[in-house]
Design a protein. Sequence first.
Length: 300
Amino acid sequence: MNWLKYLLAALLPAFAVPAVAALNIFACEPEWGALAKELGGDQASIYVATTALQDPHRIEARPSLIAWARTADLVVCTGAELEIGWMPLVQTQSGNPKIQAGQPGYFEATRQLTLIEIPQRLDRALGDVHAAGNPHVHLDPSNIARVAAALAERMAQLDPGDTAQYRARARVFLERWQLASARWGKEGAPLKGLPIVVYHRDLSYLLRWLGMREVGALEPKPGLPPTASHLSELLANLGRDPAKAVVRSAYADPRAAQWLSERAKIPALMLPFTVGGSDRAKDLFGLFDDTLARLLTVAK
């Protein structure tokens, strides 16, 4: 069997050398990094610029982000001005022509969707409003499906040699996603009409999908931190229109939620918001599993 030993020895280096990714992907937020991984598999090398514990509105264009952007074939962002404070600078400083706005190497998830909460007028006095509408689209499963289909096609366009692979992975992902979405819809039925206080308007698509009701927000205006006077007013309002919980995303400061929770005698609930926001939210499926499980603890 010496011939087998020599054959294995000859083949070992081929197996030991990792496959070279066809696409270098720079994902602005964890949800899009997780989606790109589902669609790209071994064909994609993915760098995620932010974490679930960072406010996506307030990111700095750090040198490390610029360095990663220099070698990116594809940038996947939310869009709708969510990254306006840092992504344009990263694009400019990277010197990478492939990822500039309007190029195939720049993809915005919100351009594949119809947004909600489009402001009737633009006025800075109203707080941090987004002219195109609410950009926090990823907590509605149907939005993830639409973005997945478009993103797979963009990846295939940039790497035509692996088109069949991207489309096959997209089909598998969307079949799994459809089954999971149906299950989540049934599991989330008890949440319909559930009144909650939110921190920021980052859960609006989740509330719309599940039929939940927002009865107040910890922020006096979008993007402005909670104030003592606003929290006192909110507490008084809850006496007339009670909430079942005060809910915040993983990246949000917990102090205001805890203050209201103690005085209104309702639970303070943290949701992962995106992939990595909790131990269970390791991928997109875990994100929705954990989000629903946490919300259902107050639907009684």
